[in-house]
Structures are given as structure tokens and as C-alpha cells.
Design a protein. Structure first.
Lengths: 112, 117
């Protein structure tokens, strides 16, 4: 089945800097790649997603890039703010299996 | 966005008892819901896919007789942890995707923190 790997596991940046989180997936049939933000004790919230027929998507300070050939996708957060501090999960799903397979998570800490 | 409600938010039970967790899609119908388990500081691990009107599909290594799933309607799925033991203590969270398309957003319940003593 699908395997999603995520790096780094922890990331500490200064406020205003950029943060990049990278994921790779194993199943070439995967066609949907969402990113979730989870604050302590809370439910995961979708922050951005990308389809397999798109190479890049941007929403204000957040962008996601997808390289289908290499089977990896990345989350880019620019001008980070303390409220960006949380755990971020990448995920992937295939058309036939609608359950999301999650990466291991990245704990982002933005230092004021 | 759509709302998925999970109840209870937390529960403490004695070893050997059973606990039922409910997951409801409040403003959309979900033919499929997903149950995940999350250990502290770890990822969400899929336990099973709950299918309305039919048997759940369990992931490898998940005991179907221990984690009973019932999806009796298009808006409600339940997870019952039977004969709970301390090692079952965890954060359980459900999810549902609105519609049938490949690109629909997955919405999550608020999760249930189970502590077995």
C-alpha cells in the first residue's frame, strides 16, 4: 500500500523566515495531496491541497509544489508567524482508496 | 466547511469494559468514514474504513473483534473498543470526505482521548 515519508520531524525558524517541509510517496497512482495543520489537542485542519495534474498551488503565505516524476511534494510557508507553530502533516490518497495516508508529521516552532 | 462531530471528547474507563465513540457528519452525507488512531507526538494511523450499510474494512494488524465499527446511517459511524486494556489508551479520531470525488476535502472530528485504567 501507500507509504508517505515526511521530513524533517522538527523545524525551528525565526519569525519572518521561510519554512519548508518535504514528503515523498510510494504509490504512483496517488492523485490527491493535502496538507493538514494540527494544534495540540485539536483536530487536523486542511491548509492547502494539490491535485496530481497541478505542479504548484499558492494561497497567500502558503504554497505546495508537486513533482510527480520524483513522487515528492513540499509545503512552503513564507513570512512565518508565531501562530504558524503547530504540527503539519502531509497526506496522499489514490482514486480507488479514499482514505488518506499520512506522513509522520513535522513539529514547526516559530520563534518570536 | 463541512462539520464532523465526535463524541465524547474524552473518556476514562476501567480495564475490561467497553467504550463507544460516535462520529457524525452534521451537514453532509458520508457513505464512507475513516477511523484513525494517534499516539502522542505521532502520526494518524488508519484503523479502518467504515462503509454505510456494509462491513467495515480493517487495516492490517487491527483486530476487528476488538474495534467494532458500525455505520448504520449516512451520517453516523460508531467505534466500540471492546474489553479495553491500558494499551488501548490513545487518541481516536474519525474523518469523512464529502462527496465521492477523488479531490474532496477530508473533515475530521475533534477526536476522543481514551484512557483505560
Amino acid at each position: 500500500g501507500e507509504n508517505v515519508e515526511q521530513h524533517p520531524s522538527t523545524l525551528s525558524v525565526q519569525e519572518g523566515d521561510s519554512a519548508v517541509i518535504k514528503c515523498t510517496y510510494s504509490d504512483s497512482a496517488s492523485n490527491y495531496f493535502p496538507w493538514y495543520k494540527q494544534e495540540l489537542g485539536k483536530r487536523p485542519q486542511l491548509i492547502i491541497d494539490i491535485r496530481s495534474n497541478v505542479g504548484e498551488k499558492k494561497d497567500q503565505r502558503i504554497a505546495v509544489t508537486l513533482n510527480k516524476t520524483a513522487k515528492h511534494f513540499s509545503l512552503h510557508i513564507t513570512e512565518t508567524q508565531p501562530e504558524d507553530s503547530a504540527v503539519y502533516f502531509c497526506a496522499a490518497s489514490t482514486p480507488g482508496r479514499r482514505a488518506l495516508t499520512f506522513g509522520s508529521g513535522t513539529r514547526l516552532q516559530v520563534q518570536p | 466547511g463541512a462539520v464532523v462531530s465526535q463524541h465524547p471528547s474524552w473518556v476514562i474507563c476501567k480495564s475490561g469494559t467497553s467504550v463507544k465513540i460516535e462520529c457524525r457528519s452534521l451537514d453532509f452525507q458520508a457513505t464512507t468514514m475513516f477511523w484513525y488512531r494517534q499516539f502522542p507526538k505521532q502520526s494518524l494511523m488508519l484503523m479502518a474504513t467504515s462503509n454505510e450499510g456494509s462491513k467495515a474494512t480493517y487495516e492490517q494488524g487491527v483486530e476487528k473483534d476488538k474495534f467494532l465499527i458500525n455505520h448504520a446511517s449516512l451520517t453516523l459511524s460508531t467505534l466500540t473498543v471492546t474489553s479495553a486494556h491500558p494499551e488501548d489508551s490513545s487518541f481516536y479520531i474519525c474523518s469523512a470526505r464529502a462527496g465521492q470525488g477523488s479531490y474532496t476535502e477530508a473533515f475530521f472530528g475533534q477526536g476522543t482521548r481514551l484512557t483505560v485504567v
